[in-house]
Design a protein around this ligand. Structure first.
Ligand code: 5GP
Ligand code: MG
Length: 175
């Protein structure tokens, strides 16, 4: 049986629309006319695709593929690993918008920033995440956030998508 979503597709759509509005305001504030949007592998790319369309950005969406290897039962000790990625243009002197689905420890974003700075020297980077959870291990915070999730230990958020996009709160899988 299908679990009841924590946030159904209509709610998620509305949250992403609100994020797009906030992002437009932020870009205007900073005088950024032509940002380069980059989604992080599956979930982040789904959200980036929505934001990219809502903001009517001209430039093709980029994506970074980051996977994990585990050396621990829990998420603590997960090491984000970056795989070959697709960036349509050079990042040098560009204003980047990094998009991910869930922010937890911050390690994935750190890995993503490392890769981006290996490609070149961006002018600036903004971070947008659909969900922000507790558990930060690095000083990384999103500029734009859709939802703050306060989860019990052993819980995680399951994102289904890309269409419809829904959030379900579930238990971490047993190993
Ligand atoms: P972090 O590196 O900040 O600990 O975790 C962020 C990355 O792990 C994101 O790319 C995100 O996709 C994934 N992640 C962390 N927590 C969750 C969660 O509760 N649900 C889902 N779907 N992904 C998560
Ligand atoms: Mg992810």
């Amino acid at each position: 049986s299908k679990p009841e979503p924590w946030k159904g597709s209509a709610e998620v759509d509305a949250i992403i629309e609100r994020m797009a509005g906030e992002l437009a305001t932020l870009l205007e504030h900073r005088g950024i006319a032509n940002p380069l949007m980059i989604g992080i592998h599956t979930g982040g790319v789904w959200i980036a695709e929505r934001l990219h369309t809502l903001l009517a950005l001209d430039e093709e969406l980029g994506h970074l593929d980051i996977s994990f290897y585990r050396d621990d039962f829990t998420r603590i000790g997960l090491h984000p690993q970056v795989r070959p990625s697709h960036l349509p243009v050079l990042v040098d002197d560009r204003h980047l918008i990094l998009v991910d689905d869930v922010l937890q420890t911050g390690r994935t974003i750190r890995a993503a920033l490392n890769v981006l700075f290996d490609y070149g020297r961006p002018a600036s980077v903004l971070l947008a995440t659909l969900v922000e959870r507790d558990g930060r291990e690095l000083p990384i915070e999103p500029n734009l956030v859709g939802l703050h999730a306060r989860l019990q230990s052993g819980e995680q958020i399951k994102l289904t998508g890309p269409q419809p996009l829904e959030l379900v709160v579930g238990q971490l899988p047993e190993r």
